[in-house]
Design a binder for this molecule. Structure first.
Ligand SMILES: Cc1cc2nc3c(=O)[nH]c(=O)nc-3n(C[C@H](O)[C@H](O)[C@H](O)COP(=O)(O)O)c2cc1C
Length: 360
């Protein structure tokens, strides 16, 4: 793919994601709507002492929250990255770069659109590259160099076979990606995590990934931004692939299910919940379902159109909602939140992370 067509595609993605047009939650939702906390009218806690802080990959965060991977590589993308990274630094939450693939193509000054340490010196920053690029062009050592080039604390490898399958210019051969992930995780000195981009990680994939030395996963489950739908809208005419993209808009594992499965498959490792998380209550639910942290992409992209202050307000809103939800659920800190049972509306059972049956 040429540098220019990659830039056009990145700009298309930003534009279509912002226009929405059914790109958000095109199907059943993310599955979290079925879960609820028991409300404690006698919480016996001081709200001001509820502690949302955590340490992730060696960095202290005010809350287990990251701005999800989105962009880089064009001047517009660079502008969005700077707004998001500055807000992340101010709020002390994590920040994920979008795919660094343009840096591999090394034409023009694309690296600067990913270099944000001048405005985000203390932020947890995760780099990003596709599983296909990892297999075709990189090894553990060069993955590490990609992290070092942007001062990242870890690297995310994204898996997007559905998106690639319905893209006019997509990669269709996915053989050997799991071996590339395993080798990179074994050789790379910075932590390697693996994520989907909105179709989720199901049980079989999680088992394959758990057998490697990766530091963790990000679910990016069904129920939020649909990449099949974004690609469908990039097709200008009704082609067979455009039809497939519409049909498969919500194909995959919903976020709630992916989080539960990932927490089981990765005990002691990092599980970042994502895929359609839109507020602090959904974040709280994911943490109670076993996630270590949560990422939100699209809501912060929308906020970024209003500048740094607008993103800061959204992030603070998520943290404040999380704090109040913890208070009302009787959890003074994140360790306790992870043990709080969630009620599942239908069928009427109580899900509990350790017991998996009604603890009462
Ligand atoms: C405009 C846009 C660009 C994205 N680009 C990337 C990317 O380059 N690499 C990646 O791993 N995920 C990418 N994603 C996927 C997000 O990181 C996330 O997994 C997905 O959008 C689901 O989260 P959401 O529902 O909160 O948006 C992108 C998402 C959006 C909205």
């Amino acid at each position: 793919m040429t540098h220019d067509s990659h830039q056009n595609r990145k700009n298309d993605h930003l534009r279509i994601a912002l226009e929405d047009a059914g790109v958000q939650r095109p199907g059943q939702g993310n599955g979290l709507e079925r879960y609820r906390f028991e409300h404690l009218a006698l919480p016996e806690l001081d709200l001001d002492r509820v502690d949302t802080a955590c340490v992730l990959l060696g960095k202290r965060l005010r809350a287990p929250l990251l701005v999800g991977a989105m962009t880089g590589g064009t001047s517009e993308a660079g502008r969005v990255n700077r707004v998001l990274a500055e807000a992340a630094e101010r709020c002390q939450v994590g920040f994920c770069l979008g795919s660094q693939r343009p840096m591999l193509e090394a034409r023009g000054d694309v690296a600067s659109t990913f270099q944000l340490r001048d405005i985000a010196p203390d932020t947890l920053i995760l780099g990003n590259i596709g599983g296909i690029q990892l297999r075709n062009e990189l090894d553990g050592r060069s993955l590490e160099q990609l992290a070092q080039a942007v001062g990242a604390d870890g690297m995310m490898v994204h898996l997007n076979p559905l998106q690639e399958a319905v893209q006019p210019e997509g990669d269709r051969d996915w053989i050997g990606v799991i071996d590339a992930v395993g080798e990179a995780a074994a050789r790379c000195y910075v932590p390697v995590l693996v994520k989907e981009v909105g179709a989720g990680l199901g049980p079989h994939t999680l088992r394959q990934l758990a057998a490697t030395g990766i530091a963790g996963v990000e679910t990016a489950g069904v129920g939020g931004t649909s990449w099949a739908r974004i690609e469908a809208l990039r097709h200008e005419t009704r082609t067979p692939r455009a039809i497939a993209a519409h049909v498969l808009a919500d194909f995959g594992t919903p976020t709630a299910e992916s989080v539960v499965l990932a927490a089981r498959a990765f005990p002691g490792r990092i599980v970042i919940a994502s895929g359609g998380l839109r507020d602090g209550l959904e974040v709280a639910k994911c943490l109670a379902l076993g996630a270590t942290a949560c990422a939100m992409a699209w809501p912060f992209l929308v906020a970024a159109q209003g500048g740094v202050e607008a993103v800061v307000t959204e992030i603070e809103g998520v943290i404040e909602t999380l704090r109040i939800a913890m208070f009302l659920a009787g959890a003074p800190d994140l360790a306790r939140l992870a043990t709080v049972p969630l009620r599942q509306d239908a069928p009427r059972v109580i899900w509990h992370r350790s017991a998996e049956e009604d603890p009462a």
